[in-house]
Write a protein that binds this ligand. Structure first.
Ligand code: 5GP
Ligand code: MG
Length: 196
């Protein structure tokens, strides 16, 4: 596995520091939320599987808040072709909780790229009428669609490159790498890198 790495974009130490900073921000924001001491605020964390699982595991252990976890999955598959002959992705969501009415939801994904995944997930969650819905990503790519997408919390901005490690995969491999890395180009077939 080590021989497949082209470069380390974010080391495990940088990731740990970023997550501590992010957790402090989230905790401060939610703490400031008015709440009745007799009925303390509970957050519902909704991680999008599979890529966010390591990030969420580390983040929630830095959050001194009352929280529940509801895991969801989103599978993306090529949908209608656009004029640019670039496949747009359709998103199918599974494991969506039925009862989110009145909940304070924090939706978490690994990486914000085109914004399609978060858009689909937000739409589905809004239909369940939560009291509030915020979004959080570990990584945001420096590309116009991602930068224009309204997201509440971003841990790191990264260049527009395909990355793996710390939960992110290529063909379901490399999730267990502790750092976030790029792969040697000969390992990536362009279309497969984005067929997720
Ligand atoms: P979006 O729907 O914003 O275009 O893409 C988000 C999803 O695409 C992420 O949840 C992730 O699964 C996948 N993705 C986007 N960019 C990358 C990347 O650089 N590496 C990996 N491993 N997955 C990515
Ligand atoms: Mg994903």
């Amino acid at each position: 596995m080590q021989q497949d790495i082209a470069s380390v974009l974010l080391s495990r130490r940088q990731i740990a520091r970023g997550i501590r900073r992010l957790a402090n921000r989230i905790a401060a924001d939610w703490d400031a939320h008015p709440c009745d001491p007799a009925n303390p605020l509970t957050i519902t964390i909704v991680p999008i599987l599979t890529g966010s699982f390591i990030f969420v595991a580390d983040l929630i252990r830095q959050l001194p808040l009352r929280l529940r976890i509801r895991l969801i999955s989103v599978s993306s598959y090529p949908g209608a072709a656009t004029a640019a002959h670039k496949a747009t992705l359709q998103h199918e969501l599974t494991n969506l909780p039925d009862h989110l009415r009145g909940a304070h939801v924090l939706l978490i994904d690994d990486i914000l790229d085109s914004g399609g995944t978060l858009t689909a997930a937000c739409q589905a969650l809004r239909q369940r009428q939560p009291a509030s819905l915020r979004t959080c990503v570990l990584l945001r790519k420096q590309r116009p669609e991602a930068l224009a997408f309204p997201v509440d919390y971003v841990c790191f901005d990264i260049p527009d490159q395909f990355v793996v490690g710390y939960g992110l995969d290529y063909n379901d491999l490399y999730r267990n790498l502790p750092d976030i890395v790029t792969l040697k180009p000969h390992l990536l077939r362009t279309e497969a890198a984005y067929a997720r």
